[in-house]
Design a protein around this ligand. Structure first.
Ligand SMILES: *Cc1c(COP(=O)(O)O)cnc(C)c1O
Length: 357
């Protein structure tokens, strides 16, 4: 018998990312945009791809894309790092600042990939917990930071899957603590554009604050895998040190630059999504269902007259896939639905009404 190599012992506890990709007609499980790209976008892209020299390596620092993002954010090019989805950005942060003998603080329930990626990079995860309204209590956070001195603290605002934004007080308190302990606050803002919060902290060289954003949601580009980091130069430089050479292909770089030129179209889809979010919220809350207010493109809800998993399964039978969070710690009995197109949302709501009857 062949002896196969044994994997790292610390990977035993991991079981990968599980969101089933089922062949159904209404997919409201991964918070993608239901809106296809504008026709002008795809036409321009076709033209750009024709002109690419694919026999050459891509621009290694993706400088044109970084500059385009920097201009939009009123930052410098050296304060931007772009990667294959924000998940790769998060991985690079963990590789640069986490790793063995180091820890990342996470407040559950939150985006599962923060702890997953931290663990893959050998970073110890310190679990903090949110209160009954899914808020992070400032005192709880500060106590944990003082006790554990994490190298990284992840916050997600608006938080996936609960939909609420973190308060300026919390962010400022954590940041001022980390500025003295030397930890990095990573604010995952995948859903920023859907939120109404007017609090806009920014990148400052002397502040240990980094922002992670993505083209996967508001920019309708989940299929292209593009995300970015906005951070002080010292942080961007460290992250570049651990990234692979030519990690961002030429096609992707052009897609990102093009996308930013279509910001009006993006804004319109965000506005439609916000209107639809209100419609779905009002409809669900009129049923025996608890629904949490959301500042993102999804709603967390808890059916009160039927088992959540049963509702999830019956929706699949109707050709509708949503996210089953019912077995996640702190989210017992909860489901999450992405706000889709007007038509998809109507199909979802009709099906829920029919199943609950
Ligand atoms: C969807 C999502 C992302 C996106 O990850 P990509 O790798 O950019 O597709 C990042 N963070 C959160 C919290 C998300 O929900």
């Amino acid at each position: 018998m062949n002896k196969i190599p044994s994997p790292r012992r610390d990977l035993d506890i991991l079981d990968g990312y599980h969101s089933p990709q089922l062949d159904v007609s209404v997919r409201l499980n991964t918070n993608e945009s239901p809106f296809p790209l504008p026709v002008t976008f795809t036409e321009e892209l076709e033209f750009e791809i024709k002109n690419l020299e694919l026999n050459r390596y891509p621009n290694r620092s993706a400088s044109e894309l970084c500059l385009a993002i920097a201009e939009r954010e009123l930052l410098k090019e050296n304060e931007v790092f772009v990667a294959n989805g924000s998940n790769e950005v998060i991985q690079s942060i963990c590789l640069a600042f986490g790793g063995p003998e180091r820890s990342a603080l996470i407040f559950e329930p939150t985006y599962a990939m923060h702890s997953q990626i931290a663990k893959i990079t050998g970073t110890r995860v310190v679990d903090g917990f949110r209160d009954a309204e899914f808020k992070v209590d400032t005192n709880v956070a500060l106590e944990l930071i003082e006790k554990e001195k994490p190298e990284i603290v992840f916050l997600c605002s608006p938080n996936n899957p609960t939909g609420n934004s973190e308060s300026p007080e919390l962010i400022n308190s954590i940041l001022s603590e980390l500025n003295s302990t030397g930890g990095l606050l990573v604010l995952d803002e995948a859903y920023k554009e859907f939120s109404e919060t007017s609090f806009e902290p920014t990148v400052r060289e002397e502040s240990n604050l980094a922002f992670v954003r993505t083209f996967s949601k508001v920019w309708s580009l989940a299929g292209i895998r593009l995300g970015y980091l906005l951070a002080p130069e010292w942080c961007v430089n460290m992250v570049k040190t651990v990234s692979l050479p030519y990690h961002l292909d030429s096609v992707k770089q052009r897609v990102g630059i093009l996308a930013l030129k279509h910001k009006e179209a993006m804004k319109r889809t965000v506005d439609v999504t916000k209107e639809e979010r209100k419609k779905v919220f009002d409809a669900l809350i009129s049923l025996p269902i608890k629904v949490w207010p959301s500042e993102a493109n999804f709603l967390l809800f808890k059916p009160e007259s039927i088992d959540a998993y049963k509702l999830w399964q019956e929706l699949i039978e109707e050709g509708i896939l949503i996210r089953d969070c019912s077995s996640w710690e702190g989210l017992e009995g909860c489901l999450r639905v992405t706000i889709g197109s007007e038509n998809e949302n109507d199909i979802f709501l009709d099906a829920v009404r029919k199943i609950l009857k």
